[in-house]
Design a protein around this ligand. Sequence first.
Ligand code: AMP
Length: 428
Amino acid sequence: MTEKRQFRAIKGTRDILPPDSSLWNWFERAAREVFESYNFREIRLPIFEETDLFARSIGADTDVVGKEMYTFEDRDESSISLRPEATASVVRAYIEHGMHTLPGNVKLYYIGPMFRRERPQKGRYRQFYQIGAEVLGQSDAPAIDAEVLEMLVVLFKRAGLALITLSVNSIGCKQCRPKYVEVLRQELLKVKDKLGADSQRRIETNPLRVLDSKLPEEQPIIETLPRISDHLCAACRQHFSELKDELNLRGIAYEENWRLVRGLDYYTRTTFEVTAEGLGSQNAVCGGGRYDGLVELLGGHPTKGIGFAIGSDRAILSIQEGGQAPKMPGLGVFVAWMSAATYPAAVRIARKLRECGIAVELPPEAMKFKKSLGLADKLGARYALIIGEDEVTSGTYTLKRLADAEQKKLNENDLLEYLESERRGSGA
Ligand code: AMP
């Protein structure tokens, strides 16, 4: 006999259950509406890609690729990875489908799960969800960066994420960044002994990442390090300054943070991050930046690009913790039918109400009156529609509002009309 066993979700993954799933849908719907109002269109991407796509774009030395990817050998021995982020896939698709021939900038958004083998904690999962947007094309006008940031701020405001901070920085381009990185490396070597093991290692692999360090003992040292703003080339300096003018023009509040370098290799010039209050150490709800060389790096024509990814898990946690979650429409009508004679009317009316967009629960078996109303109450129904034999004979039904027990007797047409106007009024 096979042993009886129970299964649990794999560490770092979780189920999103009702009613939380309604809040997720609501947030995703808000993102779609806001993004589409900025003329972005959805792209649906595969969940797995060739491992090399991520290694080349994100960078083989980054934590994401080096330590966190779910990589496996497919049956044909090719190396496949679950996507740890989606920008690489968007760029791959942009090249593969020749989207550079499309008119104007290509503006795409995506919604879906990402996978990174990180240490799970509150706000950090191994399967998590991102909502992201990318702009690809020939222009790198700072107005594009500013529009993307405006769109983010509009979405967060609409979602009731009030206490957010937008931080921006410029990390330079192919011309000026390598020189700065070298200056930084030299300075870091002078203080190497005072740094922790991770930072010591990063002096060689990726000195910029030292600026990300949260180790308290490293903070005073980092404060004395040379800053990229003093090493930007003239073109990058101008781009950053125009971006800030654009943000001011649009009334977008931001902070400059010279230590905002972001972990992935492909970023150039503008980098940004949105943090939200009340999330503890995992307080970044969105990160992004420019990646002007990425399309070329992946075999496409020279193209400019900018994008971001919102961490939905954290955004939703923040909406919930801030007490800003909207009240989700629940069950509208519980149809209380009591005998076989009333069942056909119950089925017919339930279908009609559902066609009007009202959420209806029709019990699959006859229930006694009291039990029926008890269940309607427990399910949080707004109304119980009582369909007894008298009602069927007379053609008028009793609609009971459960919150205050107010009852109305209505014929079928009036009933539908009344509930529909109620639904519209309550926004449900
Ligand atoms: P990144 O792709 O690392 O720039 O991340 C963008 C956003 O995704 C972050 O600001 C987080 O909100 C979210 N995020 C990244 N990694 C995780 C994770 N392991 N669990 C939950 N959210 C994450």
